[in-house]
Write a protein that binds this ligand. Structure first.
Ligand SMILES: Cc1cc2nc3c(=O)[nH]c(=O)nc-3n(C[C@H](O)[C@H](O)[C@H](O)COP(=O)(O)OP(=O)(O)OC[C@H]3O[C@@H](n4cnc5c(N)ncnc54)[C@H](O)[C@@H]3O)c2cc1C
Length: 265
């Protein structure tokens, strides 16, 4: 059971950050993951009074506050348009609507969960995290780093034009994924992100800068080359070799969809 000794509704990020430097303190997101564990939290820090539960749009980017829920992501028209539905698809198999009305972006990204659909999808976009102490860094750098006691203030998704496809494979509809995969192409090149390996999502880049002229080799060879760079493991949901086969299949489907969108087959 989770026990909380003291609850503080933070009045500023500085107050939240200072309180969180103590080992037994803990930032609260939607508490859906936290409540599954058994531990004693000395000071629980609630960020819900800081106006960080919104998605703000500027000409260059979407700024997603850490207390924004997964349901807000799912329903946001601007994100839907930028990602051709990929963000919506990445969250819609996560448990159910009531759950997604509570689970936060901050908890989902800061948790750096190996199984995360959310992390996988955002890694395929031009995404940055704003940390209270660490400043703005690329999501890829954040995802690979060790957990510390900083606060994730917001996610910043630049409006870099992108073609993006999101897929996951699940044994049953709303279970944790067996494998997650996002394939995208933007001005920075073509990338495949594979998560639930079962480790944390990793990002692999295709050697070709763009799919403009089709692929140099065959689609199979490209998918195989990318999938070969993904290390997989086994857990109760699937074995490593099955995941490796799935990685190739999902990456191939993703590349195929990107080529189709460009009218190249
Ligand atoms: C039963 C179940 C099934 C799930 N299935 C899936 C799934 O299929 N796919 C998927 O992608 N996810 C899944 N999740 C994860 C879920 O979507 C959320 O990512 C998770 O619950 C964390 O979000 P939260 O808001 O509940 O965070 P919390 O549980 O409140 O916090 C999680 C961690 O993040 C820290 N934290 C929270 N916010 C911040 C912040 N702003 N700054 C710094 N640290 C912070 C907390 O201290 C804690 O360590 C599942 C979770 C559960 C419980």
């Amino acid at each position: 059971m989770l026990k909380i000794k003291e609850y503080v509704k933070a009045e500023s990020l500085e107050e939240a950050y200072q309180l969180n430097q103590k080992k037994k303190s803990c930032i609260l997101g939607g508490m859906l993951w936290l409540k599954m564990g058994s531990r004693t939290i000395q000071t629980a820090i609630d960020l819900s009074g800081l106006g960080l539960d919104k998605i703000e749009e500027t000409e260059e980017a979407f700024s997603i506050g850490c207390m924004t829920t997964l349901r807000q992501l799912e329903k946001h028209e601007g994100l839907e348009k930028l990602t051709q539905g990929a963000i919506r698809q990445s969250v819609e198999s996560i448990v159910g609507v009531q759950f997604r009305n509570l689970a936060t972006v901050g908890g989902s990204i800061f948790g750096r969960f190996g199984f995360s659909d959310v992390l996988t999808c955002f890694l395929a976009l031009d995404t940055y995290v704003e940390l209270y102490h660490g400043g703005i860094i690329p999501l890829e750098e954040f995802a690979a780093a060790k957990k510390d006691r900083d606060i994730l203030v917001r996610l910043i998704v630049k409006k870099t034009p992108v073609h993006c496809v999101y897929m996951s494979h699940r044994n049953t509809r709303t279970d944790f994924p067996v494998l997650t995969c996002a394939v995208s192409e933007d001005g920075r090149g073509v990338r495949a992100v594979v998560g639930a390996r079962p480790g944390r999502a990793v990002c692999i880049r295709l050697e070709e800068d763009s799919l403009e002229g089709g692929l140099d080799g065959s689609l199979d060879a490209a998918a195989e080359g990318l999938a070969a760079q993904v290390t997989t493991g086994s857990n109760m949901r699937a074995g490593a070799s099955y995941r490796s086969v799935l990685a190739k299949v999902l990456i191939r489907r993703g590349l195929c969809r990107l080529l189709e969108e460009r009218g190249i087959s």
